[in-house]
Design a protein. Structure first.
Length: 326
């Protein structure tokens, strides 16, 4: 089936006001609701609410870090959600980075590749109902089995940016979760997953601002991308994609503490590629190009636009306008 999802929570809409928006999504043609996890909402509570409020939606974490929860706790949390929403849960995990793992959680950020690989292997075994015991590369498990394994077992995916992690996603998981890439980047990312990658699900969070006010959209895009493209992981990702020279000016400004200048130095063409904007039909056409390039599940992260307003009703109006059946 053609999938078309949203990222929740929706902007600044409080969870207590999210229910009517979520309830409407399946009728509009949306199939999925996914979360992320950084310094705001956790990755599971919004999905638990969506499980009750919108039983027609598939639910995914895109992604939760592997170092801020123990592997057994992560498996239990996923299994609990899967019991509430059988057959509708996908778990996406990733390495995250020092800002979230170390600076605000006080956990050493060590051996991220090994920790992701170990957690994927642990989750796939545990969610299948197996007894898991033994020495992994990054931890030892004395013995664990879920008291109630979900049926079917939820798919496990990886949030990956670099070639090594992308290869792991292709080799050992059910799919890839990615974001902040252009349409033209998609084939290269899929190729990096290896021969198995072409058969895997590719979930991409796409930031969308449905407005005809190009100046407003670019202002929002620059404000967002200044920090993203200067974060270690995304800077390395775009270097690998061949944009090191084009992004050198924003890196210099950011390093000098000129954060506004860092946003201004992001090339305009890249702002227009990484923030989908235009009227709703133009946005849908841009999203369709991602599909044509190999994205199987676009996830819309809607940026408030002047035409629709903020708050729950403004977000609902924007999602109606962007719906695949509009």
């Amino acid at each position: 089936m053609d999938r078309y999802g949203v990222t929740i929570p929706l902007g600044t809409v409080p969870l207590s006001e999210l229910r009517p928006v979520l309830e409407e999504l399946p009728d509009l043609g949306y199939t999925d609701a996914w979360t992320g996890e950084a310094a705001g909402y956790d990755g599971f509570t919004p999905l638990a609410l969506a499980a009750a409020w919108a039983p027609g939606l598939r639910l995914g974490t895109g992604v939760v870090p592997v170092q801020t929860r123990g592997p057994a706790l992560l498996a239990m949390t996923v299994a609990t959600l899967a019991e509430a929403a059988p057959g509708r849960v996908v778990v996406g995990v990733g390495s995250s980075g020092p800002p979230f793992v170390t600076r605000i959680n006080g956990i050493p950020f060590e051996r991220p590749y090994r920790r992701v690989q170990d957690t994927v292997r642990f989750l796939r075994a545990a969610l299948a109902g197996e007894f898991v015991s033994g020495r992994f590369d990054s931890y030892d498990i004395e013995g664990f089995r879920l008291a109630s394994a979900p049926r079917p077992a939820p798919p496990v995916m990886i949030g990956a940016l670099g070639p090594r992690m992308l290869r792991l996603a292709g080799r050992e998981t059910d799919g890839l979760v990615t974001n902040f890439l252009t349409v033209d980047d998609v084939p290269r990312v899929i190729d990096a997953m290896g021969p198995e990658g072409k058969a895997k699900e590719v979930v991409a969070r796409l930031f969308v601002c449905p407005t005809r006010d190009t100046a407003y959209a670019r202002e929002q895009g620059r404000a967002m991308l200044a920090g993203i493209l200067n974060a270690r992981t995304y800077s390395a990702f775009h270097d690998w994609l061949g944009r090191g020279d084009e992004l050198a000016a924003t890196h210099r400004a950011w390093a000098a503490g000129d954060f506004r200048g860092a946003g201004a130095a992001v090339p305009e063409w890249l702002v227009d590629e990484l923030l989908v904007h235009g009227d709703p039909q133009e946005c849908r056409e841009h999203i369709a190009r991602y599909r044509d390039a190999g994205v199987t599940t676009p996830l819309l992260a809607v940026v408030p636009a002047p035409e629709f307003g903020a708050g729950p009703e403004g977000m609902a109006r924007a999602l109606r306008a962007l719906a695949p059946r509009s």
